[in-house]
Each structure stands twice: as structure tokens, then as C-alpha cells.
Design a protein around this ligand. Structure first.
Ligand code: 4AD
Ligand code: MG
Length: 430
């Protein structure tokens, strides 16, 4: 008998198959036992009766706990009432393990309890759907970049210097030397793009974010492309194309999961690049008009980002941020004093920033001034300054926060559900 995965079940209609999985839920009605069986790729309803099921298997069903591991053999039947279109007439059940009462029950639990049991919570249907979308997004983004000729080159996690400012640095003892955990692979991408032209890295970014928000993790994953001989406009176009492609790929390949999440996909389906753009000043003005007060020169906080992002139906961009609220590597905008050639791409429906990027300063003198102005240790950046001494060229890139785009596409409110094991202020278990 063939062992099949539930996601492939339609190829086995009318056949006897074996499903290896776990008890997701069960109920009984008169002489019938309904078993929801999950195998990681989906959930199928098994129907057991005294007539179709062996006596031994049938009598054991009442003792099965949720999440007991079982191998079920049965006949695949088409059934239009099933969410997947098929059910299983259960012939026999082999129990692999059936021991303790499963702590997560169908009743609602508090989020602290669920996070404490994250290693089990990921088996639940909604979490399963979100993490399947996450995997699809990662694949889409990487496919997009490969198709555009980008080479994937990994950046280190242990680093001697800060990329995104010193306030969120995690440090580590590196054989007696002080090391920092990477906040972004960007600086290393700038080196590899001068060696390979178009590159990207994909890995964890670590930041000691000390405030609790629904948008911040201390460990999140970024996809960061970087291009030599490129300008702000090139980075913006790449970001737009990537987001457009990714959204439509998920709609095409993960419809089942978005249905489970009850995601309203109307706005997602209509996404099409280019996206609207506003400059920083205009964005500040609109935020004030929307009732969240802020001054020119300040960065957008969570409430400001939310109201602005609620006022859009499509992803949009804010460009030309002030120097003082951006990192040392940002290229100055020579046409507007105090502004940089930078952009953020924000997701609509209140989600906010999912991408940050721009053009990099490629003049060694300007870069040194920026490093000094921010009191960063020049020594640690010696290698980075070398990039401006040997064949320096205009270059640009950006970072896409995977958890942020997953939250938006799935329509989940809090970023903690978009990664298998979230790391946040006050949480490192499990
Ligand atoms: O805007 P950020 O800080 O930009 C950089 O790190 C650049 N060095 C990237 C580059 O140009 N190569 O971060 C980029 C993205 C944000 O837009 C956001 O999506 C995500 O990373 N991000 C976070 N996601 C979750 N939790 C956090 N604490 C995040 N901080 C940033
Ligand atoms: Mg940013």
C-alpha cells in the first residue's frame, strides 16, 4: 500500500493508501467515529465504522488522545463537503504513540501559554498555514533574485562593527575580543557586490530591540540584495518587482493556506508595480493630517507608520529620509540639503515598513566624516573604507524583513506568529 501525503491525495481517489500522521481532532456520532488526521502537508477527515474498520482499530479510537501518532490505512473517497475535496474511509489504524493529554486544546489559550508551548503550537492549523506561507515567500524572493542574475553569498554573523547604529547591538565574547552579532549583512554585501556585481544574502539579523511592539523581534530574517553600478532608482525598481512577484506567487501557490487564515485577498490580488511614492516631508505632513503628530526631522514611530499605512491600498514608498535618522552609510542627496538617497517600502492595511534601503556613500572622505559624526570606531571599518579606495562605484541595495512581509500577506496582527521560534524582549524559551 502506498504511503501518501495528504497534499497529494487527489491523485489517489478510489485507491487504498496509508497516511502517516497525528490525530488533530476527533468526534463521534452514533456508530461513526470521525478522525481529523494531519500529516504536516494537510488535514484529512477519516471516517471509521464497525462495517469498514477492523474491530481492533475501531475499538481503540475512543482512547486516542489529540496528537497521538498514528498510521492510518484506508480508501480515498471524493467528498464535495470536505475542504480538501476528499475523505478517507478508515480500514485500520496502527498506533505509534498515544500517551499524555495534549496541553493545547481547541478552547482558546492565552498567548503566553501558547508561546511557552511554541514547539507544539506550530502544529495548529493557523500556525501551520502562516509558516507554509513563510516558506513560499522565501522561495519566491530567492527565485526572483536568481532569475535576475543575483548570486547568493552569505554574510557573517560575528562581526567587529555595527551596521545599523549602536543602540541595538548584541555583543559576544569572541575568544577575549569583543564581537557583535550582525544587525544586517549589508556591509559585507557591499564587498561581495564589488567582486560579483549583483549579490544577495539571506540570514538572521540580531537586534537588541528593547521595546515590545507587534513589529519587532530581536532575531529576524532579512533578504538583502546589493548591486554595483546602481542607483536609488534601481533599488526601488528591484524592490517593487520583488514584492509584486512574491505576492502573486503566494496567491497562486498558497491559496489553501490563505483560506485557512481567512485572509481577504482582494487588495493583494490587485497589487501591481510601480507603487506610489512620497518624499519624507510629504509623509510627515500626511501623518499629521491623519491625526498623529510628529515634527519634521523625526522618524516615524509605530502609531505614525500605522495611520499612514492604513491610508493606502497598495504598497507604497517613502523616499529621501533625513541624514540624522539614517545610518552612516547612506548616500547624501546632493540636490536637497540634509536628505539621503534612501527609501522605505511600506505595506498597506496598517502594516508599515517591510523594506529599507537606498544608495550607499561611495566617497571615502564623506564616509569617514559620517563615521566620525556618529562616534563609531574608525578602526573597525578599515576594511569597509578599503572598498572606497579600490574601484569605488555607485551602488545600492535594500533589506526585506521576512517576518514583516509574512505578517502582511497572511494578515496576522503580530509578527511573533510569522517565525517558527520567535525571539523577543523577555523570550528565549523554547
Ligand atoms: O531598515 P533596516 O534597519 O535596514 C537595514 O538593516 C539595511 N542594512 C538593509 C539593507 O539595505 N541591506 O531593516 C530592514 C528591514 C526592515 O524594513 C524591516 O522589514 C526588517 O528589516 N526589520 C525588522 N523585522 C523584525 N524585527 C525587527 N526588529 C526589525 N528591524 C528591521
Ligand atoms: Mg528601516
Amino acid at each position: 500500500m502506498d504511503w501518501v501525503y495528504i497534499e497529494d491525495i487527489k491523485r489517489f481517489a478510489g485507491k487504498e493508501v496509508e497516511i502517516k500522521g497525528w490525530v488533530y481532532n476527533k468526534r463521534s456520532s452514533g456508530g461513526i467515529r470521525f478522525l481529523l488526521i494531519r500529516d504536516g502537508t494537510g488535514i484529512i477527515q477519516g471516517v471509521a465504522t464497525e462495517k469498514d474498520t477492523t474491530h481492533e482499530s475501531f475499538s481503540m479510537i475512543d482512547d486516542l488522545k489529540r496528537e497521538a501518532s498514528i498510521i492510518v490505512r484506508g480508501l480515498v473517497r471524493e467528498d464535495s463537503r470536505s475542504p480538501i475535496g476528499f475523505e478517507l474511509t478508515v480500514k485500520s489504524i496502527e498506533v505509534i504513540q498515544n500517551q499524555k493529554d495534549y496541553p493545547i486544546t481547541p478552547k482558546s489559550h492565552g498567548v503566553d501559554f501558547l508561546l511557552q508551548n511554541r514547539h507544539l503550537w506550530i502544529r495548529s492549523k493557523l500556525q501551520w498555514a502562516v509558516l507554509r506561507v513563510r516558506a513560499e515567500i522565501i522561495r519566491a524572493v530567492e527565485n526572483y533574485l536568481w532569475d535576475k542574475g543575483f548570486l547568493k553569498l552569505d554574510a557573517p554573523i560575528f562581526t567587529p562593527s555595527a551596521c545599523e547604529g549602536t543602540t541595538t547591538l548584541f555583543s559576544a565574547d569572541y575568544f577575549g575580543e569583543k564581537a557583535y552579532l550582525s544587525q544586517s549583512g549589508q556591509l559585507y554585501n557591499e564587498a561581495t557586490c564589488m567582486a560579483f556585481g549583483r549579490v544577495y544574502c539571506f540570514g538572521p539579523s540580531l537586534r537588541a530591540e528593547k521595546s515590545k511592539t507587534r513589529r519587532h523581534l530581536t532575531e529576524f530574517w532579512q533578504v538583502e540584495p546589493e548591486m554595483a553600478y546602481a542607483y536609488l532608482e534601481d533599488a526601488i525598481k528591484l524592490a517593487e518587482g520583488m514584492v509584486e512577484y512574491t505576492v502573486h506567487r503566494v496567491l497562486a501557490n498558497r491559496k489553501r493556506e490563505l483560506d485557512v487564515l481567512e485572509r481577504d485577498t482582494n487588495l493583494l490580488s490587485s497589487i501591481s508595480a510601480p507603487f506610489p511614492r512620497i518624499r519624507y516631508e510629504e509623509a510627515v505632513k500626511r501623518v499629521n493630517e491623519l491625526g498623529e503628530l510628529m515634527k519634521l526631522g523625526e522618524d516615524f514611530g509605530a502609531p505614525q507608520e500605522t495611520v499612514l499605512a492604513e491610508s493606502y491600498d497598495s504598497p507604497f514608498m517613502i523616499t529621501h529620509f533625513p541624514e540624522d535618522i539614517k545610518a552612516f552609510y547612506m548616500k547624501k542627496d546632493l540636490s536637497t540639503s540634509g536628505r539621503t538617497l534612501s527609501f522605505d517600502l511600506l505595506a498597506p492595511e496598517g502594516y508599515g515598513e517591510i523594506i529599507g534601503g537606498g544608495e550607499r556613500e561611495f566617497d571615502v572622505g564623506e564616509l569617514k566624516k559620517n563615521i566620525e559624526k556618529r562616534n563609531l570606531p574608525m578602526e573597525a571599518f578599515k576594511w569597509y573604507l578599503d572598498l572606497r579606495e579600490y574601484g569605488s562605484v555607485p551602488h545600492a541595495g535594500f533589506g526585506l524583513g521576512i517576518e514583516r512581509i509574512v505578517a502582511w500577506i497572511c494578515g496576522v496582527k503580530h509578527i511573533r506568529e510569522t517565525i517558527p521560534f520567535p525571539r523577543m524582549l523577555g523570550r528565549i524559551y523554547p
